[in-house]
Design a protein around this ligand. Sequence first.
Ligand SMILES: C[S@@+](CC[C@H](N)C(=O)[O-])C[C@H]1O[C@@H](n2cnc3c(N)ncnc32)[C@H](O)[C@@H]1O
Length: 245
Amino acid sequence: MRTVSIDSIVREFIKTNSVSDQKYQIISLGSGFDTRLFRFMEEFGNKLEGLKYFEIDFDQVMREKGRIVEMKPILKELSAAWRPISFDLNEGINNEIFGDDFDSSVPTLIISECCLMYLTAEAGDKIISWCGETFKSTVTFCSFDPILADDLKSDPFAKVMLDNFEKRGLDTRSLLQYTSRQSTIDRFMKHFAFVDSFTMLQLETAESLVSKQQRREILIKAALDEYEEWNLLSDHYILILAKKQ
Ligand SMILES: C[S@@+](CC[C@H](N)C(=O)[O-])C[C@H]1O[C@@H](n2cnc3c(N)ncnc32)[C@H](O)[C@@H]1O
């Protein structure tokens, strides 16, 4: 659901902006080894000429990704729009880290797929503020992260989730500050004009993002005979779509 719905957002952004010689950009925060750019380069081919796709992650991750791309001729061929950036996002973010290809005047989509949860709350706030205030054209911030609950005592599932993150050594202070759906929406509302939100459970029926056919295919691939726990888990992840004209 997460991949299909973020793919829908990216696909729509590309379709809207790949007209004549228009320039546009995508910034993926904490991109890791995600292959979305390469999949879309394959899908859209030369229609992506106006796109610059910035991926930011730790130096070690980006170097290893660069090594893999260099090794695979097919990935190298598909990497024309790719602009990898080695940077620790806890240091904040600024125009300079992107280099000459960055343009704050073109339509921009920012993707943060399970990244903000790893940053300090202050660093995440600075990044959201920078994204909301920097661009002179349309800007969309698509964020996917876990949420807990306003009151952990009333939500045992959230409590177990939190314990699991802590056992794995994750710094959960950011998650505890932006703990609920409403506090997450409010975090983005400070810097964007519109904020839509969907729990992962709601994505299952959000036909603008996941079509009925895609839903059927996902359910066949990930067949479950017990939905209660899956629904509980899905209700604790949120996709935010924050926009500014
Ligand atoms: C759960 S992975 C998600 C990767 C990718 N977005 C995806 O959905 O497949 C989180 C990523 O955030 C990166 N990350 C965590 N803290 C970071 C930081 N301070 N600066 C840059 N990247 C960071 C990690 O290295 C990792 O690649």
